[in-house]
Design a protein. Structure first.
Length: 393
């Protein structure tokens, strides 16, 4: 079936106002998600927050089931949290490290993840071993295998980095982790909703993601997947009356599933709307929209590459929907500002967002233009025309 672009854009009110190429920051919400969010907030205003949550319990619980369908897991393996960073932290800080333990990661690790690794390294004496990239710029799986020894206690991979189109080989990394009995934490912040995710095929023990990016959910939402068989590997870094039950004066018992990583208080309207966003993505079919995203991004790279002075910085054997570029003369900040004057949204990826990768590749501060399935070929042409005009070409 041909992709129904007209419907996708009708469902996206923001398309009438802006050319939005900042989907890797936060996508434009579709109407069903916005309606779900507004309806619950209105209900809270009318009858009270606790009462609204109780009356919409089924809608709230539906979010777990939607995410389970997205990931091919059980709903009991899903925890709803505030954002992808908190989800990643709940898994990482929940592991029991001791001095000399090693974490294997990739040079394209996201800044918050690497900061957490540095933090725990200072506290416990763990070693961070950065696996180099292969000739395509993705994690070198052969080198990953060579670096495994009995001190490796975690493999932590960012599947789609913040600073380029790279898609890391998550399934191949999972094969290595499984073969060696090493826990595997996958950051799917940029990949959830962008490309198909199947935790059984990937083989990860833990996966973190956000709602606001390619799933098109509201900000302030995220989730953590914890494989049931791996639950015992983690001790929640903090708990409350939702995560545990106070059974006697000096005793408590944790929830028996991933809910032990949640908190009592949270963004109920956002979590309900997140479930609507996941259902909306599943109705389109991520396996259907993923090739479209790749094609739109490839066309954008091609158009930018033809402009004198422009360098496109995307690596990887497989490339996704994020396109990064710079100009030899015009700064990323100036480009972003002048595009915004034409109602065109992009973002900037500073070096510190993926410092090791940026330094090893000698990247300048770069523009990040990230497409979604509701973007059009005409918008690609308009964007390239706007950049060309700014550069005086």
């Amino acid at each position: 079936m041909p992709f129904d672009l007209d419907r996708a854009r009708r469902d996206t009110p923001g398309c009438e106002r802006v050319l939005h190429f900042n989907n890797a920051g936060a996508s434009l919400m579709p109407s069903p998600v916005l309606t779900a969010l507004q309806n619950h907030l209105s209900l809270e205003a009318e009858i009270g927050g606790y009462e609204a949550h109780a009356s919409e319990r089924n809608r709230y619980e539906a979010t777990y089931h939607a995410i389970a369908r997205l990931l091919n897991c059980e709903s009991s393996e899903v925890a709803l949290v505030e954002n992808a960073t908190r989800a990643w932290d709940m898994a990482f800080y929940g592991l029991r490290f001791k001095p000399g333990d090693k974490v294997l990661t990739h040079r394209a690790s996201y800044v918050s993840n690497y900061l957490a690794m540095l933090h725990v390294s200072r506290r416990t004496g763990i070693k961070i071993d950065v696996v180099p990239s292969d000739d395509f710029g993705q994690l070198d799986v052969d080198e990953l295998e060579r670096r495994i020894d009995d001190r490796v206690k975690l493999i932590a991979l960012t599947q789609v980095p913040t600073n380029g189109g790279l898609v890391n080989p998550a399934i191949e990394v999972g094969d290595v982790a499984k073969a060696n009995g090493i826990p595997y934490l996958l950051d799917a912040c940029q990949s959830a909703g962008q490309l198909p995710l199947d935790v059984e095929a990937i083989g990860c023990d833990f996966l973190s993601a956000t709602g606001r990016k390619y799933l098109r959910g509201p900000r302030g939402t995220g989730f953590l997947y914890v494989r049931t068989a791996s639950l015992s590997l983690l001790e929640p870094p903090f708990i409350d009356l939702h995560a545990a039950t106070w059974t006697s004066r000096n005793e408590y018992s944790l929830k028996p599933d991933a809910a032990r990583f949640e908190s009592w208080e949270g963004y109920v309207a956002g979590k309900i709307a997140l479930g609507v966003a996941v259902d909306y993505a599943l109705k389109w079919g991520v396996e259907t929209t993923w090739p479209r995203l790749q094609r739109l991004a490839a066309d954008l790279r091609s158009g930018l590459s033809e402009m004198p002075g422009i360098a496109v910085h995307d690596a990887g054997r497989v490339k996704g929907a994020i396109v990064t570029f710079s100009h030899e003369r015009v700064s990323a900040g100036d480009l972003k500002t002048r595009l915004a004057e034409q109602d065109i949204n992009v973002s900037i990826s500073p070096n510190e967002y993926a410092r090791i990768d940026s330094e090893e590749r000698g990247l300048p501060e770069i523009i990040r233009a990230s497409v979604h399935y509701y973007n059009s070929d005409e918008e690609i042409d308009r964007f390239c025309g706007a950049v060309r005009s700014i550069l005086g070409g």
